[in-house]
Write a protein that binds this ligand. Structure first.
Ligand SMILES: [Zn+2]
Length: 405
């Protein structure tokens, strides 16, 4: 671990005399941030529109780093903007430059084995101190089991999950790979399949959060891309949503029932509505021509209800709906969730799932056999970028293969 941290921090130490970590404050916009730190507004107005849109993804609570030189002058700022990308503001030729670069992050596979004393949520929280982990486990079983009715004290649970780390601290939500809980003498498991959805042991989908398409007609003109390197521009790009091309004025439907938490105008997204749903999901509908009358903060909407009309307001090149989906503040691929019925895997898909299930069951057995130790498996750093922009590129698999102990 010591060596790992040193490798990440060494480049910072060479170029800066101090690195401080802050948390992004509630309600602060990127422009407000620049002003507060006396950074040039050109770091917004002179960057291209894709990058400008990225700055609207900043969310409260995100830890970011500011590096000062020996005189206390800002040298660099690193602000994570998603699970994959961070904004890098750095001093260059007497001024400041902007770039979006991959997040320095490593992913570890970990597991927890517990004997239930109170409730799965409470016991996981007590053992790990992590609301995120407790939430990830409970959400996996929400639609298939009734914990309150069927659990007995002493029943065991296992969760195997991956967690990202940035500068040595957990970052982002853990992803549950397999969860197992004993109930009335039987084992019940949910498995994360290669399609990104959760299934029970028989290959039946267990997730209950279903979203409808936000426009009836209209083709997907641009998909979800958490991070992509543009080989000609030599820059990193992200598209944290799905674009539906549709004629101006096409009705936009609420993808799920919920409460409007934002209805207004931003520079990047134009007229934009955000709806909060259950279980930490938020949907976003950008570039609208106009909202339907009565759409305002606090209003409850039903799935399928018209909320506004397709337009091209904000940073947009033609009429389309930019549809974003967030879980616990993190942008996720709407294609994973948008569907109208739950699925039963069949044929080839079921066969592939069964093989995957066997591997995941083996991890559960391993965790049950060694309940005293929280297993930590190291993985190679899957993307890393030191702060010299010239050398900034993602590492290949197997390259710079540190271990964490
Ligand atoms: Zn878009």
């Amino acid at each position: 671990m010591v060596r790992f941290l040193w490798l990440l921090l060494a480049p910072l130490m060479l170029s800066a005399s101090s690195v401080e970590t802050y948390k992004w404050s509630e309600g602060e916009t990127y422009l407000m941030f620049l002003e507060r730190l006396h950074l040039p507004q050109a770091l917004y107005y002179d960057i291209d529109s894709d990058d400008q849109k990225l700055t609207e993804e900043l969310r409260s609570g995100i830890p970011y780093q500011v590096m000062h030189d020996r005189n206390g002058t800002i040298e660099q700022v690193l602000i994570p903007v998603s699970d994959e990308l961070q904004l890098h503001l750095y001093r260059k030729d007497g001024s400041f430059a902007f770039e979006a670069i991959p997040l320095i992050a490593s992913t570890k596979q970990e597991s927890i084995t517990l004997s239930i004393q109170n409730s799965p949520y409470y016991d996981i929280l007590k053992a790990t101190g992590s609301h995120s982990l407790a939430h990830a486990f409970v959400a996996g079983f929400k639609n298939s089991l009734n914990f309150r009715r069927d659990l007995r004290k002493g029943d065991r649970l296992v969760m195997v999950y991956t967690q990202k780390y940035r500068l040595g601290s957990p970052f982002g939500m853990p992803e549950l790979l397999v969860g197992m809980i004993e109930m009335r003498g039987g084992q019940h498991s949910v498995y994360l399949n290669s399609d990104g959805r959760y299934y029970d042991g028989k290959g039946r989908q267990v997730e209950g959060f279903l979203l409808a398409r936000p426009v009836r007609s209209g083709r997907v003109s641009s998909g979800f891309t958490p991070r992509r390197f543009h080989p000609i521009l030599k820059r990193y790009r992200a598209h944290l949503g799905v674009d539906y091309a549709a004629p101006r004025g096409t009705p936009i439907l609420a993808a799920g029932s919920g409460t409007i938490i934002f209805a207004g105008r931003t520079r990047g997204y134009g007229n934009v509505i955000k709806i909060r749903h259950s279980d930490g999901y938020v949907t976003l509908y950008a570039h609208q021509k106009a909202f339907r009358r009565g759409m305002r903060v606090g209003k409850q909407v039903k799935q399928g209800e018209v909320i506004g009309y397709v337009g091209t307001t904000g940073l947009s090149t033609g009429p389309h709906l930019h549809f974003g989906l967030y879980k616990n503040g993190r942008a996720i691929n709407p294609a994973r969730v948008v569907q109208v019925t739950t699925k039963q895997l069949e044929g080839k898909a079921l066969k592939a799932f069964t093989a995957r299930k066997a591997e995941l069951d083996a991890l559960v057995d391993e965790a049950l056999a060694h309940p005293e130790s929280v297993m930590k498996k190291a993985e190679a750093i899957n993307n890393a970028c030191y702060i010299d922009p010239q050398s900034c590129r993602p590492l290949e698999k197997g390259e710079n293969n540190e271990t964490h102990q």
